[in-house]
Design a protein around this ligand. Structure first.
Ligand code: RB5
Length: 150
């Protein structure tokens, strides 16, 4: 699978670990940065991950900042993105099965590396359940369509 990954400075080290993990499992990773631990603005990287997914360059995206909150808010501003900010594997899995989340976000200051990789694996291991959930996700897309219409 092609997966975009991005983080700010707070998520820098965890991003490298997640990237290695994904590549070790045969995924192709599009790393949108940030490429050092120097302070940067998380919205830039949330947007880059979101745009990689929305454009089809990547099938899914992973976004990491200190809490996962800021970078998920930014990614969710890209039309077509459904970013889920999670801190345990159950929500990570359900975000895929019920919400068809196409971006997973988490906080490097919230979860440790082991938990982060568990969440990533749970999320990637799930698939969208469709059915009644598809109707609900369609309602979200409808809201987006209404707002992006001129
Ligand atoms: C950076 O200090 C921090 O604010 C950022 O990584 C993130 O937690 C924002 O939501």
């Amino acid at each position: 699978m092609k997966i975009a990954i991005g983080s700010d400075h707070a998520g820098y080290e965890l991003r490298l670990l997640v990237k290695d993990h994904l590549e070790g499992h045969g995924h192709e990773v599009i790393d949108v940065g940030h490429h050092s631990p120097a302070p940067v603005d998380y919205p830039v990287y949330g947007r880059l991950v979101g745009e990689a997914v929305a454009s089809g360059q990547a099938e899914l995206g992973i976004a990491i900042c200190g809490t996962g909150v800021g970078i998920s808010i930014a990614a969710n501003k890209v039309p077509g993105v459904r970013a889920a900010c999670v801190s345990e594997p159950f929500s990570a899995l359900l975000s895929r099965q019920h919400n068809n989340a196409n971006v997973l976000a988490f906080g490097a200051r919230v979860v440790g590396p082991g938990l982060a990789l568990m969440m990533v694996d749970a999320w990637l291991g799930g698939s969208f359940a469709g059915g009644r959930h598809a109707e609900r996700v369609a309602l979200i897309s409808q809201m987006e369509d209404e707002r992006t219409r001129d």
